[in-house]
Design a binder for this molecule. Structure first.
Ligand code: XMP
Length: 494
């Protein structure tokens, strides 16, 4: 049992109100700390991070980042159609670091100038050349930097400089992509000392490209969250209305999604029926219920639906774009909600079994101007209080991988990205009203706002920093893993 200082027992407290006391003597290094944890009953993560299902946070790009770095992304459902959301799932499922699907191709009639233009826009030089410049026609050659770099006449046609098909080394789709095996492509790249390798199907059409630099990158993702077919894992958010959720869940399952988050600002009775229906019809899908904020609700749900539920999402209005607590006077301080609910889960574990907790919202980087430094304190506190993972919105919304463009804020003199609560009027006008159960109501009370968050650059730099920071925090307290932290943390008021 972690030690919660008695002064905290009977009051509401936030992450900022507590500190973790280091009272063990560490005898190991930071990088020996292991952050392996349960996202749901059956899905293990090597990094305890979950990206929130919000339309300024998680679509395919974010879900891929999260899964590659050991966490998981939950794709939002604020699209006009179900198919748009499912397309994002498919992108994640098709992604295999190392393979570039749908590569840019050009035609023999294009010029060297065209290659320079494309490379300026996308940052690479190697392009397969097909008969008509689309992926629907046969491969006829390839152009790489080597072929164009000393050429002066920019109008020269690519047919004159390309390496033609008969001299090209290619790999077959059946032997690489279909086996989800970028290393087989890597062997061919090395054997022939190539920068780029086109992957073709039986009709000699290009289906993917493998580049030496991408392959080198895949070696970095040893933490990646994958299923048994080596595909990245991802979840989708679904409505808390049975009639709407059914179709989405069916299509999500067809696309290979790993589970669902039944999304509502406050857990809703119909969720229990959706969870039951999902387990009966798609037993492989993991089901997350929420949001929950008290031990009483934890107990009630466990009593009624423990066998249909694989994780609890926990948080009543602590999010950076939330205004529920101010507007409606209901909600909870997140740190005490996590403590209260995790204690209830532990107490009831002998009866209902283990169920992981996702601490959703309220994870902050204290100085938002200081965009370069990832300060992971709130995350460690959530874990110490009993959460297995944390779900984040605002912290991730400033990354390159979130939807939306970065902008310059002239007043604050910095780059920013937009982040909006799903209960903001702006998001509700799309479909977000469903989350708040008010889609048919004439009077809408917003429970969220639109804010700016600092632009934080690439998540592939940011997330590893955050991971290292959490490991450092555990190491300082003398804990080698999350389990030890949860068993022995010393939590005191500030
Ligand atoms: P952070 O603090 O990480 O929180 O930005 C992300 C979580 O905030 C929740 N969320 C909302 N809560 N009104 C609310 O009260 C809203 O409009 C809203 N939009 C998102 C959600 O749980 C998310 O994961």
């Amino acid at each position: 049992m972690p030690k919660l200082h008695p002064d905290l027992e009977n009051r509401e407290f936030w992450y900022k109100d507590i500190t973790l006391i280091p009272n063990r003597l560490p005898d190991f290094e930071r990088d020996e700390v292991d952050l392996t944890t349960n996202f749901t009953k059956n899905i293990i993560l090597k990094t305890p991070f979950v990206s929130a299902p919000m339309d300024t946070v998680t679509e395919a790009e974010m879900a891929i980042l999260m899964a590659l770095t050991g966490g998981i992304g939950v794709i939002h459902y604020n699209f006009q159609t179900i198919d748009e959301q499912i397309k994002e799932v498919e992108k994640v499922k098709r992604f295999e670091a190392g393979f570039v699907f749908n590569p840019i191709v050009v035609s023999p009639e294009n010029t060297i100038q065209d290659v320079y233009n494309i490379s300026e826009k996308y940052g690479f030089f190697s392009m397969p050349i097909t008969e008509d410049g689309t992926l629907n026609s046969k491969l006829v050659g390839i152009v790489t930097r080597r072929d164009v770099r000393y050429r002066k006449d920019m109008e020269t046609k690519l047919s004159q400089v390309m390496t033609p098909r008969e001299r090209l080394v290619v790999a077959k789709k059946s032997e690489t992509v279909d086996r989800n095996d970028p290393l087989s492509a890597d062997r061919i790249l090395r054997e022939h000392n190539l920068d780029t390798l086109p992957i073709i199907n039986e009709e000699d059409k290009v289906v993917a490209l493998v580049t030496d630099s991408d392959i080198r990158k895949t070696e970095k993702y040893s933490l990646a969250t994958k299923n048994e077919n080596k595909q990245l894992r991802t979840f989708i958010a679904v409505e808390s209305r049975m009639a709407l959720a059914k179709e989405r869940i069916g299509k999500g399952s067809d696309a290979g999604v790993d589970g669902i988050v039944i999304d509502a600002s406050v857990v809703f009775k119909e969720q229990l029926e959706i969870a039951k229906w999902t387990k009966e019809n798609f037993p492989k899908l993991e089901v997350v219920l929420g949001n929950i904020g008290s031990a009483e609700i934890v107990e009630r749900i466990l009593k009624e639906a423990s066998q249909y539920c694989d994780a609890f999402r926990l948080g009543m209005g602590p999010g950076a774009a939330c205004i529920t607590q101010q507007e409606l006077g209901t909600g909870r301080a997140q740190a005490s909600a996590v403590w209260d609910c995790s204690q209830a889960v532990k107490r009831l574990e002998p009866k209902y079994g283990f169920i992981p907790i996702i601490a959703d919202g309220g994870i902050k980087i204290p100085d938002l101007i200081d965009t370069d430094i990832a300060k992971p304190g709130d995350i460690t506190k959530a874990l110490a209080l009993g959460a297995q993972t944390v779900m984040m919105g605002s912290l991730l919304a400033g990354l390159d991988e979130s939807p939306g463009q970065k902008e310059f804020d002239y007043e604050e003199n910095r780059m920013v990205k937009k982040y909006r609560g799903m209960g903001s009027i702006e998001a509700m006008e799309k479909r977000g009203a469903l989350r708040y159960g008010i889609e048919k109501m004439k009077i809408r009370i917003p429970e969220g706002k639109v804010i700016e968050v600092p632009y934080r650059g690439s998540g592939y730099d940011f997330i590893p920093q955050l991971i290292a920071g959490i490991k450092q925090s555990l190491q300082k307290q003398g804990f080698k893993n999350i389990k030890e932290l949860q068993e022995e943390a010393d939590i005191r008021p500030i």
